[in-house]
Design a protein around this ligand. Sequence first.
Ligand code: BT5
Length: 321
Amino acid sequence: MANDIIKFLREKEYVSGEVLAKKLDISRVAVWKQIQKLKDMGYKIISDQNLGYCLVFRPDLLLPQEIQRGLSTTYIGKKIFYFPELESTNIIAKDKASQITKEIDEGTIIIAEKQSTGKGRLGREWFSPVGGIWLSIILYPQLPPSYIPRITLMTAVAVVKAIRMCTQIKSQIKWPNDILINEKKVCGILTEMSAELDMINWVVVGIGINANIDLRDFPEDIQANTISLKETSGKEVLRVKLTQTFLQEFEKYYDKLKRKEFPSILEEWKLYSHTLGKKIKVDMGERIITGEAVDINEEGALILKKEDGELIKIISGTILK
Ligand code: BT5
């Protein structure tokens, strides 16, 4: 309802309560209540006894009506579930993706201003205060489960591109799921899925971008390795614009992936790589391997060259500092 009111208020300078009530088929009191709700959300709406309501300021909130206005995607972000606060967008997205009724479309997004228990990989925590962009995308790719690492890599390319397009900031990808600026993490990606042996049922790609967060607001133990776009550029980024740009880039690369054009995405990934050519230590869960990161193969796996020259293929792991 609030969405519709904003839509009407955007179309004209002033809209009377009566007209809004008629268009939305609700009472004038109900219109007034919705206006109060919008004001609480940060919209500035002035009212004139004769003319009605006038929208004078829109907050930079990640509201569906803000994101969808001017969004040029075909299916990514066409349906958005918005929460001022929730536990984790990935949890809600997984819930929705696994519904037996299958009424959630591909490209549906869950987005929140704040997460109380944001998730990293392997049960790690993801700090998600107000000011960031915390979102999850639901996908049903008709691809085998071996494509999951490729989905994470293409998402990273879309993030780097979107950050560059909106802020001119150059970021780099640390395999497999970190985006860095000046060696510090500005974004993390968490890809989760449900699959049969040879086919994916659903994928949820969770993306967390530290947009307008002050460094001092991060927990002390991660401050040294963390950065935000605001800290980098010295000014607030327009989160709605960045979200739209990211969704557009995401759709472009995801379509490419579905057309089996991963090699061209990988070429771009390599341009933004922070990992290739470096001597690194990778925690693979059961063991830690040291070597030189020499390549990413066509499956999205990291190829590590050990000191004795042996080449190791790593599908998933964490690069240690
Ligand atoms: C990740 O895990 O980097 C995946 C993060 C995905 C977050 C998004 S937000 C939307 C969606 N909903 C969710 O609940 N999650 C996804 P990993 O590689 O395991 O890195 C986690 C580590 O990054 C933590 O152990 C901290 O050291 C560090 N960290 C935590 N919060 C951070 C932040 N905001 N910025 C930078 N580093 C952070």
